[in-house]
Design a protein around this ligand. Structure first.
Ligand code: UD1
Length: 417
């Protein structure tokens, strides 16, 4: 099985370019199903999850080419189904539900099961579609959605903030009759990016990025051109690796504006950070990071997708810190693996209490999910000795060429079979 072999202990140094955001590219690809004319996308990262979404919409009859830009032509679809094999490998497949239902009046999406980080239901997606007038049956492991008439605008107040739930409802509502108001909407920058893409195709959306989104339905969407936003989680992962290795790096093609909460936390670790329009200079000045408390919450709070990497940083920090996870109920699978490397971590409910030590030691460890993989790489880069990270297919779902990028920054990391 493929694994990553890391020889730790070298401070990261140098420059790295941040790729397009996975969590923006996936909903934007799903939203292409709404377009009656071709769509050209730039800055789509080459990732396993993106390949899965392309396979999913390609299986519905979309014509997709990639020569630099990714061009998607959904003018002639003939299947409206997301099968189990694809949904099983990527929960974000649920994002096709809203677009298929809105444009074609029918959709069959295999029911996403639990996953490594918790049960992750899709009840709020389903409720949103029903409020817009869809009929939904859940049978034989599938969600069957249909509508007799055009979807009808309404007010949908989410009881829990959900990122893909907000995106799914927004995509369905752009073709609904009349106005839809989404209250308690997710405010993530990726929701804003999706809204901007839909607006570029002719949708009428206001308020994306706030907790209330107002959508005035239109009869159809045309094609268009769009550049996917940068990946703030990839950027944060490189900063975590620089913090843990006492490094000095510059991130390019990333807007600091979308990373303010995370940058504030890194400043607490003692890092000197200079924000420029499209880049971030990060310098630990050769010092060990200070331990810092973190509580995850929806944007603009601290992202759950950076929680694991901050536990890795705290593991080699000065002092003790509490890291509390409030979004997913089982997102501490990386803790056991870090303990194998000598990390001093106690779990108390949804809080990890981390006592920083001077040095972790290399060990064979197993990645359990995407961000846990990133956490183990950060730990391996900081550790003394050699770390083998197994089950890295999780990593390939969400990081583009991570070992090449880390090599550019001076890390000793290679892929082995
Ligand atoms: C998205 C991101 C993921 C990130 C997460 C939280 C994508 C493709 N994935 O996932 O990387 O970790 O946001 O920032 O963008 N919930 C329900 N019912 C639902 C939907 C969600 O109870 O129908 C709950 C979830 O179990 C969770 C919380 O709401 O406790 C937030 O989850 P949600 O924002 O929906 O996560 P995703 O959109 O799946």
């Amino acid at each position: 099985m493929t694994k990553l072999v890391i020889e730790g202990g070298r401070p990261l140094q140098g420059d790295v370019r941040i790729s397009g955001a996975k969590n923006a590219a996936l909903p934007i690809l799903a939203a292409s199903l709404l377009a009656t004319q071709p769509v050209a996308l730039q800055n789509v990262p080459r990732l396993q999850d993106v390949a899965t979404m392309i396979e999913l919409i390609g299986g519905m009859g979309a014509l997709i080419t990639r020569n630099g830009d990714l061009t998607i032509d959904c003018s002639q679809l003939n299947r409206y189904e997301a099968p189990y094999e694809l949904v099983r490998s990527m929960r974000a497949s649920i994002l096709v539900l809203g677009p298929l239902l809105a444009r074609f009046g029918q959709a069959v999406v295999s029911f996403p099961g639990g996953c490594a980080i918790g049960s992750r239901p899709v009840d709020l997606h389903i409720k949103g579609m029903e409020l817009l007038g869809a009929e939904i049956r859940v049978e034989n492991g599938n969600i069957y959605a249909s509508r007799k008439n055009r979807l009808k605008g309404t007010t949908i107040a989410f009881e829990t903030v959900t990122v893909t739930g907000t995106e799914n409802v927004m995509m369905a509502a752009v073709l609904a009759e009349g106005q839809t108001i989404i209250k308690h909407a997710a405010q993530e920058p990726e929701v804003v990016d999706l809204a901007n893409f839909l607006i570029a195709l002719g949708a009428k959306i206001q308020g994306a990025g706030t907790d209330t989104i107002v959508i005035d339905g239109v009869s159809d969407l045309t094609g268009g051109n769009y550049r996917v936003m940068p990946d703030r989680i990839e950027a944060g992962t490189f900063l975590a690796a620089a913090a843990a290795t006492k490094g000095t790096i510059t991130l390019h093609d990333i807007s600091p504006a979308i990373m303010q909460t995370v940058l504030a936390k890194f400043r607490e670790t003692g890092a000197v950070i200079v924000e420029q329009e499209n880049s971030i200079l990060f310098d630990m000045q050769g010092k060990r990071p200070n331990a810092i408390d973190v509580v995850t919450s929806p944007y603009p709070g601290f992202p759950t997708d950076m929680q694991a990497q901050f536990i890795a940083v705290n593991s080699v920090a000065n002092g003790e810190a509490n890291v509390t996870e409030t979004i997913f109920e089982n997102r501490f699978m990386h803790v056991q693996e870090l303990q194998r490397m000598g990390a001093q971590i106690r779990l108390q409910g949804n809080t990890a209490i981390v006592t920083g030590i001077d040095k972790l030691h290399g060990a064979p460890v197993t990645a359990t999910d995407l961000r846990a993989s990133a956490c183990l790489i950060v730990a391996g880069l900081a550790a003394e000795g050699v770390t083998h990270v197994e089950r890295i297919h999780h990593l390939d779902r969400g990081y583009e060429r991570i070992e090449e990028k880390l090599q550019q920054l001076g890390a000793s990391i290679k892929r082995e079979n």
